[in-house]
Design a protein around this ligand. Sequence first.
Ligand code: ING
Length: 328
Amino acid sequence: MPGAGTTAVGACARLCDMSRIVRVGAAQLGPIERHHSREEVVARLVSLLQAAADDGCRLVVYPELALTTFFPRWFVDDIATADHWYETHMPNEATQPLFDEAQRLGIGFCLGYALLEHDPVGDAIRRWNVQTLVERDGSIVGTFKKVHIPGHEGHEPDRPFQHLERYYFEPSPEGFHVWDAFGGRVGMMICNDRRWPESYREMGMQGVEMILCGYNTPLHYAPDPSQDPLQGFHNALVMQSGAYQNGTFVIGVAKGGTEEGVPSLAESSIIAPSGEILASATTDGDELITADCDLDWCRQYKNTLFDMDRYRRPEVYTRLSAPPRNAP
Ligand code: ING
């Protein structure tokens, strides 16, 4: 289906409002520098939200860590001196204007940020890389914690910049969830999660119809610089494959451009269950792209090629959830 709005059936469904067409906005961000306040950033988010409202969107997806610069690019000896990069609750004073404007406009959104929690058990501090999904009425649908944490655990001074996500964030113990929202089945993943097929399949087996994914991806990958010119190709490859193989829309949203001297991938995109790219960003700054996502399109893949109950062979997939090879 080339796009529900372009066929008689689509037009009829639209008129009869029987459709499950969700107009989605991918709100790409350009760089956030360390000197940018949360208030300045939230003003940018609100501006993108208002542009989405003007375009008739019902859902806006923001990038990973959309309130601050990508602070894992720096090492600090005392991690407590990085606490200011984290939110302790959501909404909060800095983000309330975004929540208020979204509710006034009747638009839902997905926001990525760093979360610091005080675990009552043992008074431990927990640090997560998260996305929170908010419905059109302003209610919080759920919060997803990033599962696959890339990069390294300790300072590696020989790198041109650090990628210390494994120092600043814990991996989620909760896995992937799918929520009933926006008239369909909505899931979330964050950045490196999109490179692992298990992420999509875990949600695909829960009937996901739209996966929301923010990312911050430096163009330079220190462990293997041969991958640098392939960053855009790999980004599209994994999200298009995941969408097609699970019959779901995928919304990939970048914080791109050169942030604190680090060139980062933009190329935000909205991808159909067919794997086709419906819309993609053309700049590496703040940019809204939109597409009409007809959630019933998912059924054309879920009920045929990827009818999982009929065609999957879990009895021979004996390795997929096995512990790592070096596990005791
Ligand atoms: N970033 C990167 C990602 O998976 C990375 C990690 C950096 C991969 C550079 C490849 C090259 O897109 C995050 N935040 O997960």
